[in-house]
Design a protein around this ligand. Structure first.
Ligand SMILES: [Ca+2]
Ligand SMILES: [Ca+2]
Ligand SMILES: [Ca+2]
Length: 220
């Protein structure tokens, strides 16, 4: 009995170690857990259409890419010194995932997270697309809600979206100032698949670990 307990503990330790290394990219980013880490975030700007424009320093669309880096500076001296992009009243931005694909989760958990920053939380409509041509609305973010559950809109783990479009709600918030409309710092896919193929070495090691586990189980 004792021997079996020790074995089970050992197996548990080995297995959790294997899973931990397999999921080494999991990370808490901007207070949100992204199981795939930094790769989860939008990689490219497809288009940026600010209406009733923000000032030039707040029009750096590239500031919506990558991991969130908001530094509490709401009035930027330049695009390079800015951590976000302002959409303008009713403006929009289309972002693309290149090394990852946004999916559903098969549960009500949030699949997509919009990092909207600044003193005013502004309502922003969210659409997703597989090809950048046909779009599906997945509601809006605003208030305390920054996460979007794709499954609530009929999608699931087999769904694949490379594009996200954010559109500021022109009817909410003032149009004045240097940063009108929603201010976007980052867009991350919590439920995501990497595009690149896993390294064969990683899978082989995991396979060896599992084979060992079954051998131990059979002996006990
Ligand atoms: Ca990415
Ligand atoms: Ca979900
Ligand atoms: Ca940013």
């Amino acid at each position: 009995m004792k021997t079996r307990l020790v074995k089970n503990l050992l197996v548990g330790a080995v297995l959790s170690g294997a899973l931990a290394s397999f999921n080494a990219n999991a990370d808490l980013i901007g207070g949100v857990e992204f199981p795939q880490g930094a790769v989860s975030f939008a990689d490219a700007v497809v288009s940026y259409s600010p209406t009733a424009g923000p000032t030039v320093p707040h029009q750096g669309a590239f500031n919506a890419l990558g991991v969130p880096n908001y530094n509490n500076i709401n009035s930027c001296a330049s695009q390079a010194a800015c951590s976000f992009v302002s959409l303008g009243q009713g403006g929009s931005i289309v972002l693309r995932f290149v090394d990852n694909i946004l999916t559903g989760s098969g549960s009500a958990a949030a699949d997509l997270w919009i990092f909207e920053v600044g003193p005013d939380v502004e309502k922003t409509f969210v659409d997703v697309s597989t090809d950048g041509i046909l779009w599906s609305s997945v509601g809006f973010v605003g208030g305390a809600t920054a996460g979007v559950d794709l499954d609530a809109y009929g999608f699931g783990i087999a769904s694949s979206f490379a594009y996200v479009r954010l559109t500021d709600d022109a009817t909410v918030g003032g149009g004045g100032g240097s940063t009108p409309g929603a201010d976007i710092d980052a867009v991350g896919a919590i439920s995501t698949r990497r595009i690149d193929v896993p390294e064969p070495g990683t899978l082989a090691l995991l396979g060896i670990g599992l084979a060992g586990l079954f051998r131990v189980r059979r002996k006990s």
